[in-house]
Write a protein that binds this ligand. Structure first.
Ligand SMILES: Cc1cc2nc3c(=O)[nH]c(=O)nc-3n(C[C@H](O)[C@H](O)[C@H](O)COP(=O)(O)O)c2cc1C
Length: 339
């Protein structure tokens, strides 16, 4: 898939997820074959103010294409934020027009822009005009089921010179409930010649080819399916290329990935914040490991496995204790799988 001047190695993109797909996760996803990773949403004003958390979110070190997602509702500030990101090395700017969170939409940003297309257009034009790198937009089907605004927004994006549109197959009012409507994304694909990326509920490698077939889209974006599984986008890419591929690597490799990420978070955030930031990921990684084992029909973990290890690991402050505990938890799983 081609985004402006950038030819992606494959059409599978790790979704921006605030507080989750941070720089260590993005680097790992790339190492495992994600075609593109996009930074967590960065509030334009906070980026302009040089807010340290936003600078961390926008970090692009160690990935081949540094893509920064910006959010906001003021065309001038968003243009300025895009310029700052480009000057800091971003090779792609993505605009958030899909976030359903109240604190974002009541500021008339994110998915709220689906209810104000003139303002959405002003933002697309301003950001496009501010930078030389390709600009893309991520949105939802519409605000509610009565308005399928994504088609109109995609046409507008094309007219403004954007390079790609990603559509999450839900409306804003659905938040994350129900199933993503992959087929509804087809109307967007048919309306524009830009690359269209389909997003929502891709959780198995088989879902990769399936969402492309249902939507006619050029690429796939994966969010929650990659939580605790940074290898997952790369595996979906292989499935799309027609290869047979296991859903997860062996448990020993999963453990090594988590331990490497753990050190990555401590280095990236500093020990105190890193330990806390890592906790949810450790929980997801254990859950993913257990789910992968049961899906393979092997000797599953006992029902209390996740609760027991979560309560042991997720309260600890000492990194050495957490590392040792991660190794022990995976040992227990491997021992059961071999029994
Ligand atoms: C915790 C969380 C944080 C998210 N943060 C962002 C964000 O910063 N920017 C964005 O465009 N979408 C964000 N999303 C939406 C995802 O990128 C994606 O569109 C959505 O989760 C649907 O895809 P999935 O079913 O593969 O998870 C977030 C989703 C979740 C669950």
């Amino acid at each position: 898939m081609q985004i402006g001047a950038h030819a992606l190695p494959n059409p599978v993109i790790l979704a921006p997820m605030a507080g989750i797909t941070d720089a260590p996760v993005r680097r790992m996803a790339v190492r495992y074959g994600a075609g593109l990773v996009i930074s967590e949403m960065v509030a334009s004003e906070a980026l302009l103010e040089g807010h340290p958390e936003m600078l961390l979110r926008a970090e692009g070190e160690g990935v081949p294409l540094h893509a920064v997602q910006i959010a906001g509702n003021d065309p001038r500030l968003m243009a300025e934020a895009a310029r700052i990101a480009e000057a800091a090395g971003a090779g792609l700017i993505d605009i958030n027009m899909g976030c359903p969170a109240k604190r974002v939409t009541t500021g008339a940003a994110g998915a709220a822009l689906l209810r104000d297309l003139p303002l959405a257009r002003a933002i697309l034009e301003a950001v496009r005009g501010a930078v030389g790198v390709p600009v893309t937009v991520k949105t939802r089907l519409g605000w509610d089921e009565r308005a399928s605004t994504a088609v109109e927004l995609a046409r507008m994006a094309q007219a403004c010179g954007l390079a790609m549109v990603t559509v999450h197959g839900r409306t804003r009012c659905q938040f994350y409930t129900g199933r993503a409507d992959w087929a509804a994304i087809r109307a967007v694909k048919q309306a524009v010649s830009l690359p269209v990326v389909a997003n929502g509920d891709v959780v198995s490698t088989a879902d990769g080819p399936a969402i492309l077939a249902a939507s006619g889209a050029d690429g796939v974006m994966i969010g929650r399916g990659a939580q605790g599984r940074p290898w997952f986008p790369g595996r979906v890419a292989q499935a799309i290329a027609g290869h047979r591929v296991a859903e997860n690597p062996p448990l020993g490799e999963q453990r090594d990935v988590l331990l490497e990420l753990y050190d990555g978070w401590l280095g990236f955030y500093g020990t105190a914040l890193g330990v806390r930031q890592a906790r949810k990921h450790v929980g997801w990684a254990l859950a993913a490991a257990v789910a992968g084992q049961s899906a393979g029909g092997r000797q599953g973990a006992p029902d209390d496995f996740i609760a027991r290890w979560r309560s042991r690991l997720l309260v600890k402050e000492d990194p050495a204790t957490v590392r040792a505990g991660i190794a022990d938890a995976f040992d227990e799983l491997m021992w059961r799988a071999a029994a």
